[in-house]
Design a binder for this molecule. Structure first.
Ligand SMILES: [Zn+2]
Length: 202
């Protein structure tokens, strides 16, 4: 039976004696002592800055961080409110996101990402139509969305019937969608088959 002793970091934890124990500190106190060392802090800072140069590492960390924050506020209204207020305070200073001028690359990126979050359900070629409908007097979001969903259903139906109205073609062409001839397999003009030739070789 090994003996115990109190952590010398002053945290009051009871530690067990081990033969190969290197310090008289618990893990937390040991980490705190290391963090106070400026040389160690500089080394850690340089390492993390170097790692963040790697876009793969960076995006993985950002995703993990975002997921962690979302999980932490999911069932914690107080933390959500604290974050909301601190965001407002930061915006009021003119720093943070507010420091980005309109039309700057991060703003454009944020705008696109926001659109994807809010309008992800709406196909891109109908988004302008949705905004137009929504702009009408007294139009509610649910009603505008229902109208677009009706249009989506109509599109699916017309595609199934193989017909597209002239207005529909025009609207799509204006929205940047090319109208192409539907592919129809023709009867081959030779009377032999490519028997024995794997499709991968053609
Ligand atoms: Zn301790």
């Amino acid at each position: 039976m090994t003996g115990t002793f109190e952590c010398e970091g002053g945290c009051g934890r009871e530690l067990k004696e081990f033969k190969r124990r290197k310090t008289r500190l618990c893990r937390n106190c040991c980490a705190a002592v290391i963090a106070r060392d400026p040389a160690k802090a500089a080394k850690a800072s340089a390492t993390i800055k170097r790692l963040y140069q790697d876009p793969v590492f960076r995006s993985r960390q950002q995703r993990a961080c975002k997921a962690g924050v979302q999980a932490s506020i999911a069932n914690n209204p107080a933390e959500r409110e604290r974050r909301r207020l601190s965001g407002k305070a930061l915006a009021a200073t003119g720093l943070g996101h507010a420091a980005q001028t309109p039309g700057s690359e991060p703003r454009i990126r944020a705008g696109k990402s926001h659109t994807e979050t809010v309008l992800g359900w709406c196909p891109p070629h109908l988004r302008d139509e949705y905004r137009k409908i929504l702009g009408r007097q007294g139009m509610r979001k649910e009603d505008a969305r229902r109208k677009i969903e009706e249009m989506m259903a109509a599109e699916v139906a017309s595609r199934r019937n193989g017909r597209m109205s002239f207005e529909e073609q025009l609207r799509r062409a204006n929205a940047g969608v090319a109208v192409v001839r539907k592919f129809e397999p023709r009867k081959p003009d030779h009377d032999f088959t490519l028997g024995g030739v794997a499709t991968g070789m053609i």
